[in-house]
Write a protein that binds this ligand. Structure first.
Ligand code: ATP
Ligand code: MG
Length: 161
């Protein structure tokens, strides 16, 4: 992805309790991206409450990709210096929410079930999350901001080894 020098601020997803050395894309890429963005002067607001147990690799990668695209959209479209990333776990589900307090957009086009108006980024998020039987919620309001929330079920048969 080429660097967009017009962008001023971004948030990053971090490593949390993920075990180092397990070849985790989410962990390594998140930390590196965070470092790079901080070096550029962006602010990163990040909250993680995953607990001690590592997420399944498929969930990690999907959540990382959603965060990556959502943050790219913040950089490209939101026109704000304020955003946040939260990652948490509740029972058998993992949640990721990326919020910004920027200009927003007409999310009726990207609302529940509808894909009209989406380009590759939002549609790709929805597809990735859907492949894990998860849910993606996109809320945006003009002049208020945007939130993207992904919910991923963790008790998938493929992950139970
Ligand atoms: N955080 C945001 N703030 C404001 N507008 C947004 C935000 N995220 C998405 N949008 C709007 O929704 C549109 C669709 O986003 P989407 O990520 O699908 O496509 P894109 O970013 O334009 O292109 P692509 O992701 O395919 O490179 C964007 O063009 C933009 O108008
Ligand atoms: Mg995009």
């Amino acid at each position: 992805m080429p660097r967009d020098n017009s962008l001023k601020k971004i948030l990053l997803i971090g490593s949390g309790p993920i075990v180092i050395g397990q070849g985790c894309e989410f962990d390594y890429s998140g930390v590196q991206a965070c470092k790079a963005l901080r070096e550029e002067g962006y602010q990163v607001d990040y909250k993680e409450e995953l607990g001690d147990e590592r997420l399944p690799a498929t969930a990690e990668i999907t959540l990382y990709r959603v965060a990556q695209e959502a943050l790219t959209n913040v950089r490209k479209h939101a026109d704000t210096r304020q955003a946040s990333v939260e990652l948490w776990r509740r029972k058998e589900e993992a949640y990721l929410e990326i919020k910004d307090f920027g200009q927003g957009f007409d999310s009726s086009m990207a609302g529940a079930g509808g894909e009209a108006g989406e380009r590759v980024g939002l549609a790709g998020m929805r597809e990735r999350v859907g492949m894990l039987d998860g849910e993606l919620q996109i809320h945006s309001k003009l002049g208020v901001g945007t939130s993207i929330r992904a919910k991923i079920p963790l008790a998938l048969p493929a992950e139970e080894t």
